[in-house]
Structures are given as C-alpha cells and as structure tokens.
Design a protein around this ligand. Structure first.
Ligand code: IYR
Length: 228
C-alpha cells in the first residue's frame, strides 16, 4: 500500500489542556436514555454519526461493521415485539440469574422496550466476521469485537456531541435482528442503539462515575501520585 504524510494537528500545551478538559466535561454529561420522544431526527445526522464511527481503527483495517439504520415504523414495531419476547424470558421466565437481576435492580430496567418504537431511529450495529472480496474470496476478519466496540464508542460520542441521545441496548439473544433486517450469516448483531431525543423531564438513574484512582494505575514517577 502507498503511504502518505500524516497531517496531524500541532497544538501548544495550554491548548491541549483546554481541549482535554472541555472534552472530558462534554462526555461526562452523556447519559444513557431509556425514554425517547418521537421528535424526528434528520437522516443526515445519523449518516454523519455512522461516518464518524466508521473512522475507528480495526484489525487489518477490515472495518468489520455494518450499521443498519431503521426509521420505518412497521419494522420498528416488529423489532420491539421480538426484543420484548426475549426480554420477557430474561426478566420473568428465568433466563437471567438472580445475581444478574439484582445487579440491574438499581437501573430499574424491565422487559418493556417502548423506546424501540418511539425513538425516530434504531441503529443496529453488526459485527462482520468475514468479508467477501469482489472476487468471491472469503477473508476472515481480526479482532472484530475490539474493532466494533471502538466504533460503537465513537458512535455514541458523536451522537452526544450533536445533541442526540442513545442507549446501548443488547436484547439477548439478538439473532432475531439478523432475520428481521435480512443480514447475511457472516454478520452477528452486536448492539442496538435507539437514537433520538429524551422525553421532556426524562429521568435517569442517579449514578456516579468511578474516580480516576479506581479506574487507572500509573507506573510513572511524574504521575498524579508520583513519588508517593
Ligand atoms: N438486555 C436487558 C438486560 C440488561 C443488561 C445489562 I448488563 C444492562 O446494563 C441493562 C439491561 C435489557 O436491555 O433490559
């Protein structure tokens, strides 16, 4: 492959710090939303969020993801019905362990997934396990979960940046999404994202983010607790 000179942006340290702090405060305001209004979202915004997500690094640059955006109400209803069947089995028919249900209790989730119909868009991200070349050859992809996970992270950050809300919804099992959306057998549903605006007076759980000390360890004499 040919190479090109990387035009990275040179910033002075004060500007780096300012941007780092601004970015942190922006992403720290993001919350998962479970109650969506039906206010429409232009397709162009969804396209831009997908293009941003699709800049993610990926194993062997195979870009092993397909984003399926659904704004069709009949299809949304079908997805809701199928998801709620799985979720009812999870919450009420013994599929989830008692321990798992206890872990979810503070979030107040249950099998009702009204947002699947009210949100103006559902974006279902598929992990592409193998790619078919133009010549019909099958190439396996690498680190697909890592790659698609990173793409999903950029996707939710892009949505938040443009003033939209989402939720990482993972009905389990998700096989029904492949059938309803007509995806091939080399693709596996990964995460379903309702995309839109929160309802007026939307409430979210009063959760706390772990402080830096609980999520990071520095082996660095100049680090935050350097020399201590
Ligand atoms: N898929 C279920 C259960 C669920 C699981 C986890 I882990 C969560 O953080 C939240 C929900 C649901 O979507 O309700």
């Amino acid at each position: 492959m040919d190479s090109i000179c990387y035009q990275w942006e040179r910033l002075d340290e004060a500007e780096q710090l300012r941007r780092a702090q601004d970015f942190l405060s922006e992403v720290d305001r993001r919350r998962s939303v479970r109650h969506f209004s039906d206010r429409p979202v232009p397709r162009e915004l969804v396209e831009l969020a997908i293009r941003a997500a699709s800049t993610a690094p990926s194993g062997a640059h195979r870009q092993p993801w397909t984003f399926v955006a659904v704004g069709d109400k009949d299809l949304q209803r079908a997805i809701r019905e199928a998801a709620e069947r799985e979720e009812r089995a999870f919450y009420e028919e013994g599929r989830a362990t008692e321990e798992w249900l206890r872990a979810l209790e503070p979030l107040g989730t249950d099998w009702h997934k009204e947002f699947l119909e009210t949100a103006p868009w559902l974006v279902v991200v598929f992990e592409v396990l193998a790619t078919q070349t133009a010549e019909g050859e099958k190439l396996r992809n690498y680190y697909t979960k890592e790659s698609v996970g990173i793409a999903c992270g950029i996707f939710i950050t892009a949505l938040h940046h443009m003033g939209l809300s989402t939720l990482t919804h993972t009905p389990s099992p998700m096989g029904f999404l492949r059938e309803l959306l007509g995806r091939p057998s080399n693709e596996r549903p990964f995460i379903l994202f309702p995309v839109g605006y929160p309802v007026a007076d939307c409430r979210v759980p009063d959760l706390r983010r772990k402080p830096l000390e609980e999520v990071a360890v520095f082996h660095d004499p100049t680090g935050p607790r350097g020399g201590a």
